[in-house]
Design a protein around this ligand. Structure first.
Ligand SMILES: C[S@@+](CC[C@H](N)C(=O)[O-])C[C@H]1O[C@@H](n2cnc3c(N)ncnc32)[C@H](O)[C@@H]1O
Length: 228
C-alpha cells in the first residue's frame, strides 16, 4: 500500500475504533465464522499464534481459548486506536499471554518460527497480497498453519441482492477517496483475495477453501510442508 493509502487506512480505523466492535463482534453469525477460521489453525495448548491486522482483538477469545494459558497470542496492527481497544479487551479479560504490537503487517514476518498466523478482513487492504502471504508463510514452522478469512462478491446464482448489499458495505468501509480509485473497490478486493489464495496454494499444502454467508465470506487455510 502507498504511504498515502496507509495514512488513510490508519485515519479511517482510528476514527471508527471505538465503534468497530458493534460490527466486528455483534454481527450475527460472525463469531461462529471467527471460530471456524481459528479451527483452521489447528492450534494446541502452548502454541504461539500471530494475528496480522488484529484490530480490536475480536479473534483473541477464539485464539486464547485454543492456545490456553501456556500459549501466546500476538496481535499486529498499524492503527493506534484499534490497538488501544485491543489492549482494553486484554486487560478486561486478564489475559497475561496476549500481546499487541504496532507494526505494518505487510512487511512483518514472524521473527521465530511460530505455530500459526491468522488474518481476517485484512487481505483487501494489502498492496501486494501475494508477497505478504508468502512472507507470512516463511515465518511459520514446518507443519504450522496459516488461515485467512475475507469477504468478497458472491459468485453464486441469484447472488445480485447480496452483492448489492455487499457493495454498499464496501463503499462505506473503504478508507480514502474512492473517486480516485481506477477500479471499483470490490474489484480490487476480489483481485487481492484471489492473489492471496494463489500464494497460499503455492506455498502451503492441504489447502482448504470454504464459502459462508451466501458465498460472501471465504475461509482458506493451509499447512506449511514439513520440508521446504
Ligand atoms: C477490517 S479491520 C479487521 C480487524 C480484525 N482482523 C477483525 O477481523 O475484526 C482491518 C484491520 O487491519 C489493520 N491493517 C490494515 N492493513 C494493515 C497493515 N498493513 N499492517 C497492520 N495493520 C493493518 C487496520 O488497522 C484494521 O485494524
Amino acid at each position: 500500500m502507498s504511504r498515502r493509502g496507509t495514512t488513510a487506512a490508519q485515519q479511517f480505523y482510528g476514527r471508527w475504533a471505538q465503534l468497530y466492535d458493534l460490527l466486528a463482534v455483534a454481527t450475527p453469525g460472525l463469531s461462529e465464522l471467527r471460530s471456524r477460521v481459528a479451527d483452521e489453525l489447528h492450534l494446541s495448548p502452548g502454541d504461539t499464534v500471530i494475528e496480522m491486522g488484529c484490530g480490536t482483538g475480536a479473534n483473541f477469545p477464539h485464539l486464547r481459548e485454543r492456545v490456553g494459558p501456556a500459549g501466546r497470542v500476538v496481535g499486529v496492527d498499524f492503527t493506534r486506536g484499534m490497538l488501544e481497544q485491543a489492549r482494553d479487551r486484554i486487560d478486561r479479560e486478564g489475559w497475561e499471554n496476549v500481546h499487541v504490537v504496532q507494526a505494518d503487517a505487510a512487511t512483518s514476518s514472524p521473527r521465530e518460527d511460530v505455530d500459526a498466523v491468522l488474518a481476517t478482513f485484512v487481505i483487501g487492504m494489502l498492496g501486494d497480497p501475494h508477497g505478504t502471504v508468502t512472507r507470512w508463510l516463511d515465518g511459520i514452522r514446518p507443519d504450522g498453519h496459516l488461515a485467512l478469512l475475507d469477504a468478497g462478491r458472491s459468485s453464486r446464482t441469484y447472488s445480485w441482492p447480496v452483492n448489492l448489499a455487499f457493495k454498499g458495505l464496501v463503499l462505506a468501509s473503504t478508507p480514502g477517496d474512492i473517486s480516485a480509485f481506477e477500479k471499483p473497490p470490490w474489484y480490487v478486493l476480489d483481485e487481492r483475495i484471489e492473489e492471496s489464495r494463489r500464494a497460499l496454494s503455492a506455498g502451503a499444502v492441504d489447502v482448504q477453501d470454504s464459502e459462508h454467508a451466501l458465498g460472501v465470506v471465504r475461509i482458506t487455510g493451509g499447512r506449511v510442508a514439513e520440508s521446504r
